[in-house]
Design a protein around this ligand. Structure first.
Ligand code: S3P
Length: 184
C-alpha cells in the first residue's frame, strides 16, 4: 500500500516525534506493551539495515547518507501494519517522511524542557550531532529548526524526563482524547 494513501485512525501507527533525549525509545517500548502493539525504533532499524551504529554512519558516510537511509527506513516502517514507532529526532526534516507520517500515523510530539533534556543527553555519548558541542546550545538550535515541524503533530504531550511511566499514561490519555475527537 502506498504510504500516501490515508488510513483510518484506528489502524494508524503511533509515531513518537521530538528531540533526542526526550525518551521516545524507552517510552515507546513501554507504550507498545501497554497497548499490546509491536514496537520499532527508527535508529535501531537504520543500524540493522546499514550494519553499523548511527555514530559510524555519520562518521563514515556523513549526515546526508544517514538521512537518506533514515527516509528509506521510515517509509518501510510506515507501510507496515500498525505499531508504536519511535522516530529519530531528525526524521521529520524529510518532506516525504512528513507526508507518510501525516497519511499513516497518529503523531505524538513528546515535548520536554530543554535544560532537562540537555542534562539527560550528557549521560551517553551516542549522538553525533552533540559531539564536541554544548548540549543546551545544540538542542536550542535544533528546537528552533524543528519545533515548527513537531508542533504539527496530531497530539502534543509534555513529558518530564525520567518519569517514563507517567509519560506513557499521559500519551494514552492524549490519544484517547484525540480518537474521541476524530470519531465525533
Ligand atoms: C538525531 C537523533 C537521533 C539519531 C541521530 C540524529 C537527530 O535519534 O537519529 O543521532 O537529528 O535529532 P534520537 O532522537 O532517537 O536520539
Amino acid at each position: 500500500m502506498s504510504p500516501l494513501v490515508a488510513i483510518p485512525v484506528h489502524e494508524r501507527t503511533i509515531a513518537l516525534v521530538g528531540l533526542m533525549g526526550v525518551g521516545k525509545s524507552t517510552v515507546g517500548r513501554r507504550l507498545a506493551k501497554r497497548l499490546a502493539l509491536p514496537f520499532a525504533d527508527g535508529d535501531v532499524e537504520i543500524e540493522a539495515a546499514a550494519g553499523m551504529t548511527v555514530s559510524d554512519i555519520f562518521a563514515r558516510l556523513g549526515e546526508a547518507e544517514f538521512r537518506a537511509g533514515e527516509a528509506r527506513v521510515m517509509k518501510r516502517l510506515l507501510e507496515a501494519p500498525r505499531m508504536v514507532l519511535a522516530t529519530g529526532g531528525g526524521a521529520i526534516l524529510n518532506a516525504e517522511t512528513r507526508a507518510a507520517l501525516q497519511a499513516r500515523a497518529v503523531t505524538v510530539w513528546m515535548r520536554a524542557d530543554l535544560k532537562t533534556v540537555a542534562e539527560r543527553v550528557q549521560r551517553r555519548d551516542t549522538r553525533p550531532l552533540l559531539r564536541g558541542r554544548d548540549p543546551l546550545q545544540a538542542l536550542t538550535a535544533m528546537a528552533e529548526a524543528r519545533y515548527p515541524f513537531y508542533s504539527q503533530a496530531d497530539v502534543t504531550v509534555d513529558v518530564a524526563t525520567g518519569a517514563h511511566g507517567e509519560a506513557v499514561e499521559a500519551i494514552v490519555r492524549a490519544l484517547d482524547a484525540w480518537n474521541a475527537e476524530q470519531a465525533a
